[in-house]
Design a protein around this ligand. Structure first.
Ligand SMILES: [Zn+2]
Ligand SMILES: [Zn+2]
Length: 423
């Protein structure tokens, strides 16, 4: 290949001319050593195909090829390093610039101005961003830099510091979010006893034909529509995977996805003709972060064409290292933000599956921020003997399916908040 250009990724603020192999590492260096946050380069802003990363050897071998300095945040190239800093200061100091804008709308929960609270928290983190380098130790702070307030039910991923939101305030905010979405819905109470009777018979008698069991459940589903039907179908969809065998702990991510997660997710979120649920390694998403994809997503189509992605998930086996779990979840949150921004969606549903346990979250919009909050956790049964345990989540499945249907486009589209580059 002929080389048209040699590209340097050097720090605009240091006198040293160290070259960084990955742009992400340059961003980390700027954050740690210069206390500055810069936005990621847009996905479309890839360097010219015939260019190469600068090395002394390439330079020696190609003395006539021009050398250009890359902006860490856009596609502009510079002939001289000294031009980088003024360009960045003028164009890309967007993290702090947003601080003044808490505009006129405020989100108030029980007399607490959450908008102001979060704006203060975010601004103090951004101005001390060199203290928050590791996502596993400063999870909430990392999300806050990208304007996401993280509200969970319990302290699984570390919380907002209590001087920002006390434990009680945190819980009130969580409860108020569930209330805003009217999340805790109840499925028609006549369904539960019917399903219980069918599944008990299936579990306990050796000669119950699985086809009869499935048809009996399908008949109940047919008598309902929308989210209620979807929740009932989710129960039916899992039956073929539940065996009366000592299959041992699930040790394949593909098996977990194919036999358990996919049947339930596709029933809850993609029974209509215009939704497609899939395990993501099939397709490269054009707008997604370079080389990274979520494990699972549900796409919406309109008039045969792809529209947007409204649900994404990450799936891991049960005995996953805690740091990996946090990093996985962080990626999920940033993916969700990208989808929300890119397609101007009101919300994006996210889930993280660890073994057979799946926790759902919703990323939504509130004045001055995005909020990612925990909805509920569903634990799927692994074998036939525990099939009835699925019924305790029937209302949750109904509520999730209902919530998913409420996701819509926001018109006019709001300006996205800047996003921190992903690992
Ligand atoms: Zn530097
Ligand atoms: Zn730039």
């Amino acid at each position: 290949m002929t080389i048209s250009m040699l590209l340097r990724r050097v720090c605009p603020y240091c006198d040293k001319m160290n070259d960084y192999e990955r742009m992400f590492n340059l961003h980390r260096h700027i954050q740690a050593n210069h206390t500055k946050l810069l936005p990621a380069r847009p996905k479309s802003a890839q360097p010219p195909k015939s260019s190469q990363t600068f090395t002394e050897q390439l330079k020696a071998a190609n003395p006539l090829v021009p050398i250009k300095f890359m902006c860490p945040s856009c596609e502009v190239l510079f002939d001289e390093k000294k031009d980088l800093e003024p360009h960045i200061e003028e164009t890309h100091k967007i993290f702090l610039a947003q601080e003044a804008d808490t505009s006129n709308m405020h989100w108030i929960v029980n007399n607490l101005d959450v908008t102001k609270c979060f704006a203060d928290f975010k601004s103090s983190i951004i101005s001390h961003c060199d203290n928050f380098m590791d996502v596993d130790r400063h999870f909430c702070q990392h999300l806050a830099m990208s304007s996401i307030l993280f509200i969970q039910k319990r302290h699984a991923y570390g919380n907002i510091p209590i001087n920002v939101l006390s434990v009680q305030q945190h819980h009130q905010v969580w409860a108020s979010l569930l209330g805003d979405f009217d999340f805790q819905q109840q499925l028609d109470p006549t369904v539960y006893p019917q399903l219980k009777a069918i599944l008990t018979k299936y579990r306990d008698s050796l000669d119950t034909d699985i086809i009869d069991t499935r048809m009996a459940i399908l008949a109940i589903a047919k008598g309902h529509s929308g989210p209620a039907r979807n929740a009932i179908l989710a129960v039916e969809s899992l039956l073929p995977s539940l065996k009366d065998l000592d299959t041992g702990i699930i040790n394949s991510e593909n098996h977990l996805l194919a036999a358990y997660i996919h049947p339930v997710m596709t029933s809850l979120f993609a029974t209509s003709g215009d939704h497609v649920a899939q395990c993501a390694n099939i397709k490269l998403k054009s707008n997604s972060s370079e080389g990274r994809r979520p494990d699972y997503f549900v796409d919406l189509y309109e008039r045969y064409q792809f529209q947007d992605t409204r649900c994404i998930g990450e799936v891991k086996l049960k005995h996953i290292d805690n740091i990996l779990k946090i990093k996985d979840f962080y990626r999920l949150a940033i993916f969700a933000k990208e989808e929300l921004d890119h397609h101007a969606l009101s919300d994006v549903l996210c889930f993280q599956t660890i073994g057979l346990s799946t926790t759902f979250y919703l990323l939504t919009r509130k004045p001055g921020m995005l909020v990612l909050f925990e909805l509920t956790t569903i634990v799927l049964p692994q074998v036939k003997a525990s099939v009835l345990s699925l019924l305790q989540y029937i209302d949750e499945m109904y509520s999730l399916s209902k919530l998913f249907q409420q996701i819509h486009k926001v018109i006019p589209a709001a300006d996205p908040y800047p996003t921190l580059p992903m690992t």
